[in-house]
Design a protein around this ligand. Sequence first.
Ligand code: ZN
Ligand code: ZN
Length: 385
Amino acid sequence: MSDPERETRDTQAAGKEAPGGWTGSCLCGAVRYRIRGAEWLGAMEHCHCTDCRKAHAAAFATFVDVVRDGFTWSSGEERLRSHQVATGAVRRFCDRCGSLLAWEHARSPGSICITAATFDTNPPPLTGRHIFVRSRVPWFECRDGLPQYETNDPHTQSDPGRRAVGTPGARPIRFFFDYISPNAWLAWARLRGFAARAGRGVEPVPVLFAGLLDASGRPGPAEVPAMWRWMVRNVLRKGALYGVPVNPPHSHPFNPLLALRVSSLPMSDAQREEVVESLFRAVWVDGVDLSDRSEVARRVSAAGMDGDRAVRDAGERQVKDLLRRRTEEAVAAGVFGVPTMLVDGELFWGNDDLEFMERFLGGRDPIVPEDASPWQRVPSSARRR
Ligand SMILES: [Zn+2]
Ligand SMILES: [Zn+2]
């Protein structure tokens, strides 16, 4: 299978991020889709189950889980045909060329599972794993070093009904933060416990709080003196109750850009967790001035990275752009403050929302989405001057 047209297309693919997200299409090009940005992507799963093998006519199938709100069919949606498999999962494919583009499941209406091989522009590196390797064909070995699970990953193995074959795994909790926020520190210190209990990972996403404030047109708490006076006491109370140390920062507000950019650099999940932890502690436990380059470098080195190099790399344009883009994507996702936790398409704002998030994760949310619908239609009858 080799011809000039195909070679041309193959050289065009791989690795480019489209402006405003990632795109993909079927073989004939009739059906196209767009993913708004990295914030909407979950893990990448290579599924070896029999359904996937047959459906894709391949040894295994690779999916990326995408939050619904971050996904659109940009053209040809009317050409999509559906086929429901025994587990209830629905395959969506082009009626002309037959490319399988997505799997959907009624039990996970907040997400759609996109076949990664249909991407035209590639997403950033994602957490990967092999699932259902007990069904793996004998003529293909997985030697890429990724974790392998007999069926689903351990987080969901106890609840096999929740994840049908070919549907995504438990997504990490996206944690939008800025070091400038003491509530972000409190939430960071507690979040991993909540996540572990729910069988979820945590994905820290550095964003510029000032950018969120600009987008929503409101002042930060430290810019409203009465609010800040209250907040200091509120934060100290919470720190005392939760057993999280909180001390006065070196200065406040301060410029968090360097620390946020350093935290945005490419690195492993485990390394990022160390870096974020070290920089948060620097501000809110040790009173370190995070606008100081040498202090940032020292804290990053303490977290096991080359701090001087990280500080240097953080000055690169693409790193600055990445932080800006993350912030814009956060705004587009409805994030207006920090900390915000995004999980399965639902936003939780502030340290105080962690308990609500836990209920949501445990399937004990006291509301259903429709409860909020009438509120969206309430008109205003006065405007503040
Ligand atoms: Zn097609
Ligand atoms: Zn499968």
